[in-house]
Design a protein around this ligand. Structure first.
Ligand code: IVH
Length: 671
C-alpha cells in the first residue's frame, strides 16, 4: 500500500476544525455548506481508506459509540460546587458585606471588583483535557461523582476535541461550563415531539438534561446542544490571576464563553447588571434564570475559600421569574387534524416575556384536573423556556367564576361523535375521521400551510367557508375550485378570489417532501418527510415500500413506519392520492443519490455491535452498494468485529483480512 497522505489529512482536519470553531463557537461562519460538506466527505473517505490516520481528535470522531451498559460513574478531580442564592438586592448587599469582612477590607479600601456572568439554565458538566486532548466529559451528579457522558459530549460542536493554539497547555484541566439548548432549538424540539405524540419537555433545562443522557449519541447529536465554559475544576500546570483572565484563556483555547460578562464595581455594579438582564433577558437566544456575581481576583477567591457546597466568592443573583396574572375567559376544546381534542385556555390578553399572550394550551384533561383550571379563574401565567405560554397555577381564593370543575365534552364539539380515549393515552380523540368538519378544517389548514403546500391565498377563514358550503371535502377538491364557487363567499372580492385560485394552481408541483408532509400522516413531520423524499425519490416508489425499507431511512422509527404503512394501506387515502394526481398535482421527483462507495466490497460481521442490530448494520452496507457475507473468505474486504472474539476473527487474521472495530465501521459509514 502507498503511504498515507498525511499532509492532506492534516490540511483537511485543520480546515474543518477552524470552520467548526468559526461557526459553533464564534457564530461567524466562514465556509458555505457545500464547501464544508466537501471537506468532510474528503476527510471521511481518506480515513476510510487509511484507518491508521484516524486520531481521537479528528473532526470525524464526533459521532461516538453508545456505552454498552449505561453511564459509568466518574469522580471529579475537584468537586463541582453549586452556588448560594441572593433573591433580591438586600441579599446581594449582604453577600458583599460578608466578602468585605472575610477579606478584612475597611471603609477606605474601595469597592470589591466583581465579574458578572449570566446564569444559563442548563446543566453543569466537566470536561477533562490531558495535554490538550479531551479525554472525558461528565455530568455534575452529586458534585463529587457524576456520570461519564463523553460520547455524547463529543457530539457537541462547541466542545473542542483538542485545545486550540500552541500556547502552553496545562497538563490536566477540568474545564467546566453549562450544556444548554437555545430557545429556538427548544421550541423546535418540542414542536417535533408534539407532532409525534411524545411528552413535551417542560423547559430547556430538562430538555438539555434528557438529551445529554441519551444512550445513543446520535440522538444527542440531533438535539444541537451548546456548551458555554465559565469555570475550572482541577488544574495542573497553568494559572491565572483573575476570572476575567481565565475567560480570555478559555476563548483562546477554543471554548465558547459568554460575551455578556462584565467587570463590576462593588454591589452597585452588581445590582445594575442584574436589573439590566432582568429586562433584556428576552432578547438572548437562551434562557437565563439569574446572573452570577463572582469575586474577580483569584487571590481573593482563595482567601475567601469555599463552604462544603458552594464557594464564598460567588453568588447566584436570581432574576424574578416573569409571571403575570390574567383571567381565563374560556376553555376551548379544539379538534386537531388527527382528531385529538385538546383543551386550550383563552385568556384575557396580557404582555409577558416579550409578547402578548392570549392562549395557553392545557394539553389534556389530566393537566386541567391537576391544575384545576376553571372558567373565569384568575391564573398565574409564565412562559416555559421563555417561549411557550403556560398556566402555572390558579388563584382559587380569587375564584368568582364557574363553581364547577371543567370537563372535556363527551362528544366532539364539531360533529358530536362520542370521543374515545385509546388505552394508555392521555388524549381523547374524535374517531369520526372522514365526517368531522373540525378535523377536515385542521387537515386543510395543515395542507395549505407554509411548510406543506404553501398556498398563501387560502387561509383559515376561507377554508371554513369552503367546508361550510360543501365545496371541499378533501384537499384534492381545492384544485377543482372555480371563480364562480368563490365569488359568492363572504368577504371574497374578484381579486382575492383570483389570487386564491392562482396560488392553488401554483402549488401543483411541490417538492416531494412537502407533499408527503402535507398529507398529515401521523408521526411524519417535516424532517421525516424530507428524509423519506430523499430516500425514495418518487411517490410511486414510496407507495410500494415495505416496513424493512422504511426502517432503513434515517429518522424513521417503528411508530413512524407503522403509521406510514397504515396510511398508504387505507383505501380512502389511496383514493385521495389518486384524486390529487388526477387534479394535476405532480410532486417533483428527487434524484436519489446513488451511493456506491462500497461497490465490490464484502463485509462480514462477528460479535454483538452496540449501536446496530446485525440486520441494520447489513442494511447500511447494502445501501452503499456493498455485499454482506456470512463467513470470512479470501473475498472478504472487512471483518467488523463487535464485542466477541472467535473463529471468524482468527480466520480473518490468518487471511490478512482487515478487521474493523465497531467504531471504525461507524467512521467508514460516515454517519
Ligand atoms: S459557577 C463553583 N457560573 O449554576 C462555581 N455556574 O447553581 C459554580 N451556572 O452548577 C459554578 N451559569 O451549572 C457558574 N456563569 C456561571 C453559571 C453557572 C450557570 C450553573 C452551574 C452550577 C449552578 C449553580
Amino acid at each position: 500500500m502507498a503511504t498515507p497522505p498525511l499532509d492532506r489529512w492534516q490540511q483537511l482536519v485543520t480546515a474543518i476544525r477552524e470552520a467548526d470553531h468559526q461557526y459553533y463557537v464564534l457564530d461567524a461562519p466562514t465556509l458555505d455548506d457545500a464547501n464544508y460538506d466537501a471537506l468532510r466527505r474528503e476527510l471521511l473517505s481518506l480515513e476510510a481508506q487509511w484507518p491508521e490516520l484516524v486520531t481521537p481528535d479528528s473532526p470525524t470522531q464526533r459521532v461516538g459509540v453508545a456505552p454498552a451498559a449505561g453511564f459509568a460513574p466518574v469522580t471529579h478531580g475537584a468537586p463541582m460546587l453549586s452556588l448560594s442564592n441572593a433573591m433580591d438586592e438586600g441579599e446581594l448587599r449582604e453577600f458583599d458585606q460578608r466578602v468585605r469582612r472575610l477579606l478584612e477590607l475597611g471603609p477606605d479600601d474601595g469597592p470589591v471588583e466583581y465579574l458578572g456572568e449570566l446564569k444559563i439554565d442548563g446543566l453543569g458538566v466537566s470536561l477533562l483535557y490531558e495535554d490538550g486532548l479531551l479525554v472525558r466529559g461528565a455530568t455534575r451528579g452529586d458534585g463529587t461523582t457524576g456520570e461519564d457522558v463523553t460520547s455524547n459530549l463529543r457530539t457537541l460542536r462547541s466542545v473542542p476535541l483538542r485545545l486550540r493554539g500552541d500556547q502552553p497547555w496545562p497538563r490536566r484541566i477540568e474545564v467546566r461550563g453549562e450544556v444548554y439548548l437555545g430557545k429556538r432549538e427548544f421550541a423546535r424540539l418540542n414542536a417535533r415531539r408534539e407532532e409525534r405524540g411524545e411528552p413535551l419537555f417542560a423547559n430547556p433545562r430538562n430538555a438539555a438534561a434528557g438529551s445529554l443522557r441519551q444512550l445513543d449519541p446520535s440522538l444527542t447529536a440531533e438535539r444541537r446542544l451548546d456548551f458555554l465554559a465559565y469555570t475550572a475544576g482541577l488544574v495542573d500546570g497553568l494559572s491565572w490571576d483573575s476570572q476575567k483572565e481565565y475567560l480570555v484563556w478559555l476563548a483562546a483555547a477554543g471554548f465558547r464563553v459568554s460575551r455578556e460578562t462584565a467587570r463590576l464595581t462593588g454591589p452597585d455594579g452588581a445590582v445594575a447588571y442584574q436589573s439590566r438582564w432582568a429586562s433584556e433577558r428576552h432578547a438572548l437566544p437562551y434562557d437565563i434564570d439569574g446572573v452570577v456575581i463572582k469575586v474577580n481576583r483569584f487571590d481573593q477567591q482563595r482567601q475567601l475559600g469555599e463552604l462544603s457546597r458552594s464557594p464564598r466568592w460567588a453568588v447566584a443573583f436570581k432574576l424574578p421569574a416573569e409571571q403575570v396574572e390574567t383571567t381565563v375567559l374560556e376553555i376551548e376544546a379544539s379538534v386537531g387534524r388527527t382528531g385529538a381534542v385538546t383543551p386550550t385556555a383563552i385568556l384575557q390578553p396580557v404582555f409577558v416575556a416579550g409578547t402578548t399572550v392570549s392562549r395557553a394550551s392545557l394539553h389534556n384533561q389530566d393537566e386541567v384536573d391537576r391544575k384545576d383550571v376553571r372558567l373565569g379563574d384568575v391564573v398565574i401565567l409564565q412562559k416555559a423556556g421563555d417561549i411557550i405560554p403556560e398556566i402555572v397555577r390558579v388563584l382559587p381564593e380569587r375564584r368568582t367564576g364557574d363553581p364547577h370543575r371543567w370537563r372535556l365534552p363527551e362528544r366532539c364539539p364539531a360533529c358530536a361523535t362520542p370521543l374515545v380515549r385509546p388505552a394508555g393515552e392521555a388524549i381523547w380523540r374524535c374517531p369520526n375521521q372522514r365526517g368531522c368538519s373540525a378535523q377536515l378544517q385542521a387537515r386543510l389548514e395543515h395542507f395549505v400551510s407554509r411548510a406543506a403546500m404553501d398556498i398563501d391565498g387560502v387561509g383559515e377563514a376561507l377554508l371554513a367557508q369552503l367546508i361550510q358550503a360543501e365545496l371541499v371535502s378533501d384537499p384534492a377538491d381545492l384544485y377543482h375550485l372555480r371563480l364562480d364557487d368563490l365569488l359568492p363567499l363572504d368577504r371574497m372580492g374578484q381579486r382575492a378570489a383570483e389570487r386564491a385560485l392562482v396560488e392553488i394552481k401554483a402549488s401543483r408541483w411541490p417538492p416531494l417532501a412537502r407533499l408527503i408532509y402535507a398529507l398529515g400522516i401521523r408521526h411524519v413531520g417535516e424532517t421525516a418527510a424530507r428524509e423519506i423524499a430523499q430516500r425514495y425519490g418518487t411517490l410511486e416508489a414510496l407507495r410500494q415500500t415495505t416496513a424493512e425499507q422504511l426502517l432503513e431511512v434515517r429518522d424513521i422509527g417503528q411508530a413512524t413506519a407503522d403509521s406510514l404503512l397504515a396510511w398508504f394501506a387505507d383505501e380512502a387515502n389511496a383514493a385521495l392520492l389518486d384524486k390529487l394526481l388526477a387534479a394535476g398535482v405532480e410532486p417533483l421527483a428527487v434524484e436519489v443519490p446513488q451511493d456506491d462507495r462500497f461497490a465490490g466490497q464484502t463485509f462480514v460481521f462477528t460479535g454483538a455491535l452496540a449501536r446496530w442490530t446485525r440486520d441494520a448494520a447489513a442494511a447500511e452496507v447494502r445501501q452503499r452498494g456493498g455485499t454482506v457475507a456470512g463467513s470470512v473468505s479470501r473475498k472478504t474486504t472487512y471483518l467488523v468485529a463487535g464485542e466477541a472474539t472467535g473463529s471468524k476473527l482468527d480466520k480473518a487474521r490468518s487471511l490478512g483480512v482487515t478487521v474493523l472495530s465497531e467504531h471504525e465501521f461507524a467512521t467508514l459509514l460516515g454517519s
